[in-house]
Write a protein that binds this ligand. Structure first.
Ligand code: NAD
Length: 347
């Protein structure tokens, strides 16, 4: 992969590298677009096969954050950090590595604001916080926003309400059948919201305890992990994995709407068209699951839960606009979401 060609393809931006022999830090910060404000996005800390793989991952993810922030009307651009996880790292080594990473983020002068992502913890962010102010999502006891899952779930609920309005002409979810794939953090809170609104729930999870909790608390019906694709329901809410809308699954779906929290639900772009061809309304993932980003971004202005909830509440309008424009232009919803973002960014 030629990095500069890839940068042109994704319309970059800048990519910053830090190598530090003392701590073993190999970090990449990709800053995709700053039109609406500083780039915001998590720091991923996983093993990579090569530097190329790590750099392209950071670039792809940062672009995704630009789209998520822009569709949500947040005063932020898209950024993402990747730290290549060294093998055999001790706890002490980890603390030194994140301290050096904090210095690296600080050296960028605020164009990128870091936070937690796969492989990083609140404790890592606490260490980063000692070296830069450009960090969010550190210890909630010190005034940060804490677990984003309830807010992400609230946003998904609002997106589901918009889908019910558009697809069924309904102003409530009473009696609608919703199947949820994955009732971990977001899926559980979503089940709670939907149950309170009178929806009938069918759930699956590879963790039996998570399923049992939904059976006990919400009277949910449980099905096996693979059987979730065959459930006859109104709305299917993927809240576990990416790439689950693919050649194997789309033909099996017996729902009118797909609206859930998972990132990267479409295995490929063409699967958005395949859903439309089947008359299934798809809620673009980065628009409906932006509640978590809205939550952490609020820390920037001073954390205020009421302000976050008000912004997350607005996901209803964002989704309805996407659905209505897609119907009018006879386009798949995921392409319309991209168009809305690109009009904001580049015109
Ligand atoms: N946490 C957030 O605020 C947030 C924000 C935006 C997007 N997301 C996305 O939403 C999804 C869920 O996030 P989460 O924080 O709830 O994660 P989580 O790990 O808490 O929950 C995921 C659940 O899915 C289950 N699962 C895994 N494989 C499964 C399978 N094959 N079939 C059924 N269940 C399976 C797991 O056992 C777990 O209970 C992820 O794709 C995540 O990237 C989360």
């Amino acid at each position: 992969m030629d990095i500069f060609n890839y940068a042109d393809e994704l319309k970059y931006g800048s990519i910053h590298l830090k190598a530090d022999q003392e701590t073993g830090l190999r970090a990449i910060v990709a800053v995709h677009n700053l039109k609406f404000g500083p780039g915001i996005g998590g720091c991923r800390f996983i093993e990579y096969e090569s530097s190329d793989a790590a750099i392209t991952d950071a670039m792809r993810l940062a672009r995704g954050m630009t789209y998520k922030a822009a569709i949500s009307g947040l005063p932020h651009g898209g950024g993402k950090a990747v730290i290549m996880r060294p093998k055999g790292l001790t706890e002490e080594g980890r603390a030194k590595l994140f301290a050096r990473y904090g210095e690296f983020v600080d050296s960028l002068g605020g164009i990128y604001i870091t936070c937690e992502d796969s492989g990083t913890s609140v404790n890592d962010m606490n260490i980063v916080k000692q070296h830069t102010n450009h960090v969010l999502g550190y210890d909630p006891a010190s005034g940060s926003s804490g677990d984003p899952s309830p807010l992400t779930a609230y946003g998904v609920r609002r997106g589901i309400e918009a889908a019910a309005k558009h697809q069924f002409g309904r102003d409530n979810l009473e009696g609608l059948k919703v199947s949820i794939q994955g009732v971990g953090s977001v899926g559980y809170y979503l089940a709670k919201e939907l149950h309170a609104l009178g929806a009938e729930l069918i759930v699956t999870d590879i963790n039996p305890a998570s399923v049992k909790r939904c059976e006990d608390e919400f009277g949910a019906k449980a099905v096996g992990a693979d059987a979730i694709y065959d459930v006859d329901c109104d709305i299917f809410a993927p809240c576990a994995l990416g790439s689950i809308l693919n050649d194997q699954t789309i033909g099996r779906l017996k729902c009118d709407v797909v609206a859930g929290a998972s990132n990267n639900q479409l295995a490929q772009d063409r699967h958005g068209e395949a859903l439309r061809a089947r008359g299934i309304l798809y809620a673009p993932d980065y628009a409906i699951n932006a509640g978590g980003l809205m939550n952490v971004a609020q820390e920037f202005a001073g954390y205020d839960l009421d302000a976050v909830r008000e912004r997350v509440h607005g996901i209803y309008d964002t989704m309805l606009h996407i659905f209505e424009r897609a119907a009018k232009e006879e386009l798949p919803t995921h392409l319309v979401a991209d168009k809305i973002v690109e009009e904001k960014l580049y015109s």
